[in-house]
Design a protein around this ligand. Sequence first.
Ligand code: FE2
Length: 315
Amino acid sequence: MPDSATPLTIGDLPAQHAKDPKTPAQARARFFNPGNAFNVILPPVPDTAFSREPEKALAADTPTSFIPCDASDVMECAFPATSPLVLAGYARIRPNDSWETTPRASGAVHYVIRGSGTSQIGEETVEWREGDLFISPGGVRHSHYAEEDSVLWIVTNEPQFRHEHAQPPALGDAPTPVVHCTAAEIKRQIDYLYEIGKNAEIPGTALIISSDVQEASRNALPTLTVAMNTLDPGITQRPHRHNSVAVSLVVKGENCYSTVDGKRKDWSPFATTITPPVSVHSHTNAGNERCFFLIVQDGGFYYHARAMGFEFVDA
Ligand SMILES: [Fe+2]
């Protein structure tokens, strides 16, 4: 509080309460003003990469477990979160073992980094192997069984649900069915894009993954977009920015790096990288082979809000 010599400003006021409330509901009200409400500063989304988590997930002695990419401490979130609305992590599942979860989310995106197995998701079964991607509805039991030693990259919008104290949709009301994209189909689709675009000298392209239910939106979930991005050797993307955050998995990328607000961030195998919202960024392939990185963004959220804010930012 200011001393008596300093004039009181509205910014100095603590939370105001109702005078003589007649009910508990009246007593619960709090009142603020532009001086003490609009200056609440949250820590920014960190420009970081999680490389220890995949190392642990892939290490020989790691038991069946889920290893989250958790930046909740630096973002001051009260629940595990990779970005404010998205949680990514690695499920290590030992051979002939299983790991069960019920995502508190509208859905989950899975990419098979290594191994093979079967996932029972409600009434449906997905038989997966390395390089496959599958999407599933939240709120139903997922039992992931590994035939071979397996690592899955799993991304959900659990932080979005926890932020709102929300629960997953009721059975049958999920915004996504179970959707399975095999590694061979993903490769076929990307090859086709390069074939069609070969005369356009495209610097790289992305396969955007959606579903029959989400076909009109082009999203994987109402708030999440999923894209397998590619870049050919020697190529740097055009610098750009958008209001969505990108949570990306390095699928294949020797000598690749990202440039975020002028700072270089080198890729490491199967790292999860965060590209903060609004940051000016581009990705560079300085290697000798086409690189692949799987990007999940909360882009559906911003598309729906008509606030994606995409623009190229050329130096
Ligand atoms: Fe981007």
